[in-house]
Write a protein that binds this ligand. Structure first.
Ligand SMILES: Cc1ncc(COP(=O)(O)O)c(C=O)c1O
Length: 485
């Protein structure tokens, strides 16, 4: 099929590529419906992507080369692309993405763990459209039902006394706010965070990150102390959470005045390469932090809303209840929406001054966020993540038995990591190999995520409608790509 399209384009361009865009467009769109049912490339032996009944709309924008040139000239030079030969994505439907030529890809990364219930999920899209045509924006200086009802619906899904909601626009902003709250509430300044963590790119959150790659060479804020990472695969104490927790006690007594504002952690480190915190770590650390006057912040930006399968919130996997929870990404299925949820007592500490956020919880984002909550419940996405995640993990473990380069398969639900190493004993990261496998998988129709400090971990965090058949396809494609190394 790629050959047919190639010939159509070659014919249309008369061989010199300079033909009018409309003729090229016609040739491309002529093949579109047929292409959409096929994986991105299809050598005869290639695994077959599950069927999906959707025909992408004709693409009428500029070609990928022109988009790339515009991006290079007018956008940040710090932007990075995931593939040597970039992919341009112009449409999405549930767990699939389409490029400008109508080629379909299985999306295993969900816009960096953001598209929770599916690309352009009809219920979310419909809720957004309805609100869009009624009222888009006023801010909180007037009453509006959407933000108020949304706050209640979100609070109803929280454990304990986590009942006060602040809506903001991004995960960084949510974490900034959580840190400010912790400091104001406790009257302390120092914050314990983890090596290998990622909590955002704002000036405030950059200091909490535990990877040099995400830090600009400038002051990182002060009062951030990075504890040993309780990493079951690479850490010194394996999966022994309490032994890592002892380092937090040491850090509090050595690096702070003995009193702290708080502790912030993801329960499975996302950007860090899908690293679950060692068993029993959080209960010990939460006790220590509270004994030192601090509050505990759970960053649920990636792990929330049922993705980990066994629980709605990632922190529940360790049996703890935080004092402040931050969320973003999956909360809005792609809308710029984030939230901080805390207790009335902590919220009261900020009430002595004004606090305002122009877009936070605006009617359109709130309507979309409410639809996400409904879909997660109605489509039983948490249970689905548990079932499909278990199936995918079993298949990936079988793949690890075949390919020595797979050093570790880890995670929970549909938040999984596959770490590639040159040698299972030394665990030397197989960075170039990871990039090569990822490129081949893309050519075969699977868009993977990548992370970890050394870029040698596949992050598999698809939209939560990802099926067992999709999981099989992904593993079959990964097998072919690993064989090709
Ligand atoms: C765990 C975690 N926290 C916070 C953030 C920051 O979110 P945003 O990029 O929306 O500012 C991210 C982004 O990747 C994240 O993964």
């Amino acid at each position: 099929m790629a050959g047919i399209l190639g010939k159509a384009i070659a014919g249309a361009t008369g061989g010199n590529g300079s033909l009018s865009r409309s003729l090229l467009s016609q040739a491309v769109n002529g093949c579109r419906a047929l292409m959409s049912s096929l994986p991105a490339a299809e050598p005869t032996t290639a695994p077959r992507m599950p069927d999906f009944a959707h025909t992408p709309a004709p693409y009428t924008g500029p070609p990928a080369e022109e988009v790339l040139a515009l991006r290079k000239q007018y956008l940040s030079p710090s932007l990075f692309l995931h593939f040597k030969k970039p992919v341009m994505i112009v449409e999405g439907k549930m767990q699939y993405l389409y490029d400008e030529r109508g080629r379909r890809y299985l999306d295993a990364f969900a816009g960096i763990v953001t598209v929770s219930v599916g690309h352009c999920h009809p219920a979310v899209t419909e809720a957004i459209h309805r609100q869009n045509s009624l009222l888009q924006h006023t801010t909180t200086i007037y009453l509006n039902n959407q933000i108020a009802e949304y706050a209640k619906e979100l609070a109803d899904r929280m454990p304990g006394n986590l009942k006060v909601v602040y809506f903001v626009n991004s995960g960084s902003e949510a974490n900034d706010m959580a840190i400010m709250m912790a400091r104001l509430h406790t009257g302390n300044w120092d914050l314990i965070c983890l090596r290998n963590a990622y909590h955002g790119m704002s000036i405030g959150t950059m200091g909490t990150c535990g990877q040099h790659t995400w830090k600009q060479p400038m002051p990182q804020g002060f009062g951030y102390h990075h504890a040993l990472n309780p990493d079951p695969y690479r850490g010194a104490f394996g999966d022994d959470g309490p032994r890592y927790a002892a380092d937090v006690a040491d850090l509090i007594s050595a690096a702070t005045p003995g009193r702290v504002a708080g502790f912030v952690a993801e329960s499975i480190q996302g950007v860090g390469g899908a690293v679950p915190l060692a068993t029993g770590y959080l209960p010990e650390v939460y006790k220590m932090i509270r004994a030192a006057g601090g509050v505990c912040i759970a960053d649920e930006v990636q792990t929330g809303f049922g993705r980990t399968g066994s629980h709605y919130w990632g922190f529940q996997r360790q049996g703890v209840t935080p004092d402040i929870v931050t969320m973003a990404k999956g909360i809005g299925n792609g809308l710029p929406l984030a939230a901080v949820v805390t207790t009335p007592e902590i919220a009261a500490s900020m009430a002595g001054r004004l606090h305002f956020n122009t877009y936070g919880g605006n009617p359109v984002c709130s309507a979309g966020g409410r639809a996400v909550l409904r879909v997660v419940d109605e489509e039983r996405r948490q249970e689905h993540c548990a079932a499909v995640g278990a199936h995918l993990t079993t298949r990936l473990q079988a793949l690890a038995a075949k390919h020595d380069i797979i050093g570790d398969v880890r995670g929970a639900g549909l938040m999984l990591g596959v770490e590639l190493v040159k040698d299972r004993k030394t665990k030397e990261p197989a960075k170039a190999e990871t990039a090569a496998v990822m490129e081949t998988m893309k050519d075969l129709g699977v868009l993977m995520g990548k992370g970890g400090l050394h870029g040698n971990v596949f992050r598999i965090k698809p939209p939560m409608c990802f099926s067992a058949r999709d999981a099989d396809f992904l593993v079959e494609v990964m097998d072919v790509a690993l064989d090709k190394l």
